[in-house]
Design a protein around this ligand. Structure first.
Ligand code: ADP
Length: 261
């Protein structure tokens, strides 16, 4: 962040290196229920980020001394694949992924009705297949869709996106070069219905006015991403309904045929 490099992050017309305006998100695609063996899952593409989220549980927590008699444990594991970044990433947990796993677990735990499932664990796996900045935000956004897909009762989904500062201007959703050579990066996650903030980190420097400006921009963007999450879930459930209707029609037809015979 803030390194001196001769890279123009914004042109005279206020366009960024990928042609976006200051308040524009990278393209986002979300699909729910993509894995057969997980209780819930989601696949998300956000700019150059490609992410899979899988949820297992609530299931009995093992070893037993980890069981909480009052609520479920929410354990999120954020993992970057070795091939997800330019230089091969050393496989396995490191300080960064342990930290991200912890903050994402805490954010997700806040919306899950954990007290309904004492002594259990809810495991959430976030696999970063391709990374291009903003993976904790995209991972969290995917994970909450996977939790809803698993049918886990939640107060609301969680939506996450970052704002930051490049070329002296507050902007939304930094891509890799902007993250590396910009002046600030502020990942944020909210509960859209209540507008509560459940994750907020900051790297770099901002004035209070810039922070306010970025915050309202990110809040607005989160509401749009919330729409995409809900659409992915609606699509997932409407497919199930379609399939059920098909099955019912076939059964009805079979019954009619039997009556005729
Ligand atoms: P986030 O992905 O949430 O923005 P960071 O700001 O820590 O998290 O990372 C920014 C980007 O830097 C990542 O999305 C990824 O593209 C890259 N990156 C992170 N860790 C590594 C690593 N170990 N090796 C190479 N690139 C990395």
């Amino acid at each position: 962040m803030g390194e001196n490099i001769d890279l123009k992050l914004m042109d005279e017309e206020g366009r960024r290196i990928d042609g976006r305006k200051f308040d524009e998100l990278r393209p986002i695609k979300i699909e729910a229920n993509v894995l057969k063996r997980a209780d819930g899952s989601a696949y998300l593409e956000w700019g150059g980020n490609k992410i899979l989220a899988a949820v297992y549980g609530p299931r009995e927590a093992h070893p037993r001394h980890l069981q909480d008699p009052t609520k479920a444990r929410v354990q999120c594991r954020y993992n970057m694949a070795a091939f997800s970044v330019m230089d091969r990433k050393r496989p396995g947990p490191d300080r960064r992924s342990v930290e991200i796993s912890k903050i994402l677990s805490e954010a997700l735990e806040y919306v899950i009705f954990t007290e309904q499932f004492p002594r259990t664990t809810i495991d959430i796996f976030i696999e970063i297949l391709q990374a291009e900045a903003g993976t904790r935000c995209s991972g969290l956004t995917a994970a909450s869709v996977a939790l809803a897909d698993a049918g886990i009762p939640m107060r609301d989904l969680i939506v996450s996106c970052a704002f930051g500062k490049i070329a002296g201007k507050v902007v939304l959703d930094l891509r890799k070069e902007e993250d590396n050579f910009g002046e600030a990066d502020v990942p944020l996650a909210i509960v859209p219905r209540t507008e509560e903030i459940v994750l907020l980190q900051m790297d770099g420097h901002l004035t209070t006015n810039e922070f306010q400006e970025g915050l309202s921009m990110a809040m607005k963007a989160c509401k749009n991403i919330y729409g995409l999450q809900r659409e992915a879930l609606r699509k997932r459930y409407s497919t199930v309904i379609d399939k059920n209707e098909e099955k019912e029609k076939k059964e009805e037809k079979k019954e009619k045929e039997e009556v005729v015979q």
